[in-house]
Ligand binder design. Sequence first.
Ligand code: GDP
Ligand code: MG
Length: 368
Amino acid sequence: PESIAVKDLASKMSYTAAEVVKKLFMMGVMATINQEIDFDTAALVASEFGVTCEELPPDVDPTEIPEVEDDPKSLKLRPPVVTVMGHVDHGKTSLLDCIRNTHVSAHEAGGITQHIGAYQVNCKGKKIVFLDTPGHEAFTAMRARGAQITDIAILVVAADDGVMPQTVEAINHAKSAEVPIIVAINKIDKPGANPDHVKQELMEHGLVPEEYGGDTIMVPVSAKKQLGIDDLLENVLLVAEVEELKANPNRDARGVIVEAKLDKGRGPVATVLVQNGTLRIGDSVVCGTTYGKVRAMVDDRGNNVKKAGPSVPVEILGLNDVPEAGDVLAVLEEKQARSIAEARIERQRTKLIKSKKVSLDDLFQQIQ
Ligand code: GDP
Ligand code: MG
């Protein structure tokens, strides 16, 4: 319920805070001038001053898309979505390439993966989705937009270099997002590699390996020599199993934009990671300040597909403009999708005008 500070109520009624405190006291309510009182109390004391209080309806954001609750019975397991993080040069790109090269089977349609910002691999008949943009920039950008797409973070630490500043940053990002961390101790092929030293250092940052009684999985790997990759992926599946990642494939899709660009020939192209529901060709969508009808979808093997279920990354065509990474995509009726996108643009515009006004005022004050 709504509340108001005594002094704010007083100033709204053009009385002094002391007068209101006194009146409250006579009503048997002890309150200081800074104290918040609830609506009923405020209305009561205001009536003593001959003022009527009116409760305002809660702020409604016309651009917000209401969340649809899923019946627990409709939920099905979905593949985990993994981000690779770590200090520069510790081997994030090498690891992503190595996994891509070793775990995309040639007999699958397409065989060679397309760079669409995310890709799926197979391990023991199960799927894992990797976000192609290593590093925490992407991670933070998405979180800043309120989108959480990562289920598991693989923290790459070079065995010859140990914990470095961006290692610590990555740990903090994953922790604040409450995303479980699996450590890949990379470059174990190098002569100077010292995995035990890395473990000691990680313990100082709260990541305790299982052999020391902790619960952080740490897997020695070499992205260069393709060592330990299966072990790493099996552990990803293990953590995913514990997390019980589920979604409802039988509803309108919700997803997050992983990357987007303007393609000369094809127009706006965006990679969507479907988080819930199933996205289909012909669906009307809103996506940040953009909208449109899904005209075509291409998967991470370059195949044209008609639909994409939970945890599937697809490139989509048909948006009226280029959305931003981290924008949420939702399937809506055509009219609604368009009006929400337009309302969001309008909001951005008024925000811009407001911030301009503020800075002009600031400037004026400075001159004075
Ligand atoms: P990123 O900055 O974290 O993406 O790191 P890169 O993947 O670009 O790797 C940085 C350097 O480390 C490159 O020269 C890689 O060849 C090298 N590197 C990556 N993984 C390994 C590994 O397992 N063993 C060795 N010896 N070198 C590696
Ligand atoms: Mg890199």
